[in-house]
Design a protein around this ligand. Structure first.
Ligand code: NAP
Length: 277
């Protein structure tokens, strides 16, 4: 018998009921026979600081952070990883034994790991990437593509000023293209990423003309509901290599699970099926 407490982790958001993280972490805990629980925590913005102070005292070893707290949580962490600083947002917290809180961002890591798993021949250095959208997720995508060695990112967003802000933050390898021109740059791309919410269930379709896509281009969508978006369907019909967005969600969870529960889980087909069930 041991008196060590059962480690707890959770996902902090609002709303949070839709989050797939409890199913994912619950699946991995069971698969590896580990003691632990992972719970959804609906936390209002004004309560965030107090909740984070109380969580370690309640047995929490860490948490994921989702919308709308990913930026605001920066005010409440004691240490922040370089990649979270670069992205300007935190999605993974570790409550350390000394009482301090570490903030990390694993979204870019999850994005690249998903791309590498879904398109094993993907070569970051082979040519420009087109990134559609310049919201929170785009920051992680741009940071990780640059880090992976993509020579140039052609970034297009409906609200141009948001794309310009990313270029200012990430430097001259990012070039801003007008949203109305987005279809015209696809033929230059070796990699195409949709980081907008367009194409998601309940949202309008992505209307960017896709005629310029050519066979062999790697096309990925952050939207994972539906799994095969209209973008991925058209890209697949054109002979592109397509990678859906579910894997990003799964891979971004790996570093947190490993830190909290002490075991590095795998993202395999059984994991996908468990989350989709
Ligand atoms: P966000 O910060 O709200 O950004 C939304 C983006 O979509 C912006 O670029 C926005 O352009 C664009 N957009 C929204 N409606 C549009 C419209 N009608 N026409 C043109 N552009 C439009 O959201 P986010 O956090 O970046 O998330 C974006 C998507 O990625 C969501 O679907 C989210 O679920 C998904 N995501 C997936 C994962 C994963 O693990 N697979 C991780 C993170 C996010 P404006 O700037 O012009 O508004």
């Amino acid at each position: 018998m041991t008196n060590s407490p059962i480690p707890l982790a959770g996902v902090i958001g609002s709303p949070v009921a839709h989050s797939k993280s409890p199913i994912l972490h619950g699946y991995w805990l069971k698969k590896h026979g580990l003691a632990g629980h992972f719970v959804p925590l609906n936390v209002a913005a004004n309560d965030l600081g107090e909740v984070l102070k109380a969580m370690p005292r309640m047995g929490f070893v860490g948490a994921n952070v989702t919308i709308p707290h990913k930026e605001r949580v920066l005010e409440h962490v004691d240490h922040i990883t370089d990649r979270a600083t670069l992205i300007g947002a935190v999605n993974t917290l570790v409550f350390r034994a000394d009482g301090s809180i570490l903030g990390d961002n694993t979204d870019g890591y999850g994005f690249i790991e998903n791309l590498r798993q879904g398109a094993p021949d993907w070569d970051a250095g082979s040519g420009p990437a087109v990134v559609l959208g310049a919201g929170g997720a785009a920051r992680a995508v741009v940071a990780s593509l640059l880090d992976a060695g993509v020579p140039e990112i052609l970034l297009s967003n409906r609200t141009r000023v948001r794309a310009e802000q990313l270029r200012d933050d990430f430097g001259a390898r990012v070039k801003v293209i007008d949203w109305v021109q987005a279809g015209n740059i696809l033929e230059k791309a070796k990699t195409v990423v949709n980081t907008t919410s367009l194409g998601m269930q309940g949202k309008p379709e992505l209307r960017v003309p896709l005629d310029g896509l050519s066979a062999g281009t790697v096309v990925t969508d952050l939207v994972y509901a539906p799994l095969q978006t209209q973008l991925l369907k058209i890209a697949s019909d054109k002979g592109c290599v397509t990678v859906d967005g579910l894997g990003m969600l799964l891979h971004q969870a790996v570093p947190g699970f490993e830190r909290w529960f002490g075991r590095r889980p795998e993202v395999d087909d059984a994991t996908r099926q468990a989350v989709l069930a």
